[in-house]
Ligand binder design. Structure first.
Ligand code: MCN
Length: 750
């Protein structure tokens, strides 16, 4: 029996739960000194002068650097070549600051405490410029962040056609704000760097991909990739925000060279909230039209994406929103336009779901509005417009090709599990009785795209002494449980017990290549690479077993239950992996750079049940049923864990969390008192179920699951709250649906 598909507990956990992980901050680096940044306190200004003399004079301060000192590094490379060159970010600000939190001065000191004290002695004189914080205002180009570029527009994405609403009987329009969020990883950004005597740069980083960081450092420092070693030790979460190693950290090598010592940096929580790039920040205008009997015939979306001060991944994400525009619906008459604009706020980047939750929110929320307008049950409108089950590639109205899907079944299961009809009855009864606790039921059916970016990943397996197998993976985990997952794949194909499998990742000297752990791509690409390499290892081992058994290789089989090779029909005479490892011949090593033909499209249906107190505006999520399909599951326990985390972050977006700035660009949410990170007390027990529709895109049949929980839950909870208030005439609200906003709507006060 295969181990795949079993609820195997994580092999990582005994270590995490006992001796603890080793994070960048835990590394012992002899002679290391600390980097502290003086950060801009103003959103948009000319730097008139910087006085570092008092800081420099402090005992224990090794050096103080301004942007001028770092001029030789130039500006940070753009993520994408389409971004205007004039919008590149300096490592430390020069002449102009463009967001609160931008590094202005770097202090290198013997201790962290000393660095903080010295940074406070630095005096920066600013001459304020008008800030532009609202992306819709920025799109008007009245205030420019980069006058030389001549526009705040970073990039645009548009569909070839526009939607035609002429024949629609009913048209609804919404303005939807996907507010700024932060990933709030337990471990903030953290890095350390030093130069070896041979001139190699060694850089430790809490980042979502060792190799992309290596390549970035090689580019910035003009080094060959072999001259850079990046190590990602244990890591306390990333949620997309650590998919790029940012200029603050990239410059560590510069400081280390300048002071001739290892330099380390771990930002504070406030710095993390203020200066680690945020997620979302997408304003949408949606328009949906159709017939009074529930057929949707036209749909379009206009997007303004807040890119923040210097464009990063966030500026690109409207492209992902465009690709997922249709959601699960068969609508051919569609249109899409987006503009990504620079504002005087910290940059935006990926955050769990990265452009796909935005698409799901738009279509699911607008569909609910359409259903309300025609007076039809929203579940019924969904059924009438859904793409039917398909197993061959399906091209949507916007032109995206999906792999496999069974959306009607996901919805059917979720509605059945939640007891939809009974809930509707209860809702009607409560309304009739004038209950102050209103019941709301919301549906979010979604399809999302995983491995939507670079489509290949590295994996290698090596047979070692005693029959142990070492896996070398190009993926960098930060909470997903890859060690367990990879060990299961190897165990399944070889019969080698999981505890005889050692997994190596996150070190560019030990693993030659690798990509980012983003877009829920690791299992389908990295897992497939390891599966592929393992199959090759079995074949190579079979040859060696044949020699040892003095048999023809075609007659030798592996019993994957016991991990022993034998001649067909004579299992009593067998050789095990340990014997094969002894040789003769060199160690058996197999490598795979697995490339997928296309991304995969996980899907699901979430149903949320909320109770809204009409007197206080408080929304309590009572239940959430999540039916998710990530194809064949390697480990349902871990996949469920991923869904749980995703649900929490999606629910948080609907109800609680929001990064806010005032009109001058001052961040208002710089700690966990202001930014309401969701906790267990705000969450019910999740009711999760899985469909498993294998994809044909990879041999494992696996799609990604790391972000699905977020994509489905935001619209489900969002729709549930509006549904609770709908009989009071409330048609739409913005998220997060915090008590004041809900109370005002319920009471009809503006
Ligand atoms: N899995 C499975 N079967 C599948 C797919 C996945 O059993 N068909 C399980 C595997 O155990 C695997 C895990 O789910 O280890 C996640 O796999 P996958 O969906 O391939 O996602 P990635 O490993 O590429 O993780 C990336 C994804 C993203 S993009 C974000 S953001 C995210 C997330 O994972 N951030 C996280 N999960 C997180 N979990 C933690 N703890 N912390 C974060 O910051």
């Amino acid at each position: 029996m295969s181990i795949l598909g079993n609820r195997v507990v994580r092999v990582e956990d005994p270590r995490f739960l006992t001796t603890g992980g080793t994070y960048v901050e835990d590394l012992v680096l002899e002679g290391a000194v600390w980097l502290t940044y003086v950060r801009s306190t103003i959103a948009h200004a000319h730097i008139e002068s910087i006085d570092t003399s008092d800081a420099v004079a402090m005992p224990g301060v090794l050096a103080v650097f301004t942007g001028e000192d770092l001029a030789e590094l130039g500006t940070a490379p753009h993520l994408l070549p389409v971004f205007p060159d004039g919008m590149r970010r300096p490592f430390v600000a020069r002449d102009v600051v463009r967001y609160v939190g931008q590094p202005v001065v770097a202090v290198i000191a013997e201790s962290r405490a000393l660095g903080i004290d010295a940074a406070e002695q630095v005096v920066v004189d600013y001459d304020p410029l008008t800030p532009v914080v609202d992306p819709e205002a920025a799109a008007r180009d009245e205030v420019l962040l980069f006058p030389d570029v001549g526009t705040n527009t970073v990039t645009r994405f548009e569909s070839e056609s526009t939607a035609d609403f002429d024949d629609c009987e009913v048209v609804v329009e919404l303005r939807i704000v996907n507010q700024r969020m932060t990933g709030a990883p337990i471990e903030p950004r953290s890095g350390a760097a030093y130069w070896t005597e041979e001139g190699r740069l060694v850089h430790y980083s809490a980042c979502q991909g060792a190799h992309p960081t290596r390549d970035l450092l090689a580019e910035v420092y003009g080094l060959d990739r072999t001259e850079v070693r990046v190590v990602v030790p244990d890591m306390g979460g990333g949620f997309g925000a650590k998919s790029r190693t940012y200029p603050e950290e990239v410059a560590l090598g510069f400081y280390a060279r300048a002071v001739g010592r290892p330099v380390r940096w771990t930002e504070s929580r406030t710095e993390n909230m203020m200066a680690m790039p945020h997620g979302r920040g997408q304003i949408q205008r949606s328009r949906m039209g159709g017939t009074r009997d529930g057929r949707i015939t036209a749909y379009e979306l206009d997007v303004v994406q807040d890119a923040g001060a210097f464009p990063l991944m966030g500026a690109f994400l409207p492209m992902m929103t465009q690709r997922m525009l249709n959601g699960v619906y068969d609508i051919t008459n569609v249109g899409y336009r987006s503009v990504s604009v620079a504002t005087n706020t910290v940059s935006t980047t990926a955050f769990r779901g990265a452009g796909r939750p935005e698409a799901a929110v738009a279509v699911e929320r607008t569909l609910d509005r359409f259903a309300a307008e025609i007076g039809m049950d929203p579940a019924e409108v969904r059924r009438r417009n859904m793409i039917p089950r398909f197993t061959e590639p399906y091209t949507t109205g916007i032109g995206t090709v999906y792999d496999v899907g069974d959306y009607p079944e996901a919805l059917r299961r979720a509605l059945e599990a939640v007891g939809y009809d009974k809930l509707r009855e209860e809702q009607a009864e409560r309304r009739q009785a004038g209950d102050h606790l209103l019941l709301g039921i919301g549906i979010g059916v979604y399809v999302e795209i995983t491995a939507g970016g670079p489509s290949s990943e590295y994996g290698a397996v090596e047979l070692g002494p005693g029959g142990r197998v070492e896996v070398r993976s190009g993926s960098t985990p930060y909470g997903q449980g890859h060690d367990t997952t990879w060990a299961m794949i190897v165990a399944d194909r070889t019969g080698v017990p999981m505890d005889h499998v050692d997994v190596v990742h996150g070190d560019t000297d030990l693993v030659p290549s690798g990509g980012l752990t983003v877009g829920s791509r690791s299992v389908q690409l990295g897992g497939s690479a390891i599966a592929d390499a393992t199959t090759k290892l079995v074949n190579a081992a079979r040859q060696r077993a044949a020699d040892l058994l003095e048999a023809a290789v075609d007659d030798v089989v592996l019993d994957a239950e016991t991990g022993r090779f034998h001649v067909v029909g004579t299992p009593a005479t067998a050789v095990d992996w340990a014997t094969i490892a002894e040789g003769p011949g060199p160690a058996l090593v197999e490598v795979s750079d697995f490339a997928a033909a296309m991304p995969t499209f996980p899907f699901g249906a979430h149903v949320a049940v909320v109770e809204v107190d009409v007197d206080t505006g408080r929304c309590r999520l009572e239940r959430i049923v999540a039916v998710d399909d990530a194809g064949t599951l390697i480990n349902p326990l871990l996949a469920e864990g991923q869904v749980h985390g995703g649900l929490a972050q999606g629910i948080a977006q609907a109800l609680l969390e929001e990064i806010r700035y005032d009109a001058d660009g001052n961040p208002l949410t710089t700690n966990f008192a202001d930014y309401l990170v969701i906790g267990a007390t705000e969450l019910p027990s999740f009711e999760v179920d899985h469909l498993e529709t294998p994809t044909w895109v990879n041999e494992l049949g696996a799609k990604g699951v790391g972000e699905s929980g977020t994509v489905g839950s935001i619209p489900a909870v969002y729709n549930a709250v509006i549904d609770a208030l709908s009989h009071l005439g409330v048609k739409h609200l913005e998220t997060p649906l915090h008590p004041e906003r809900v109370w005002r709507a319920a009471q009809g006060v503006g």
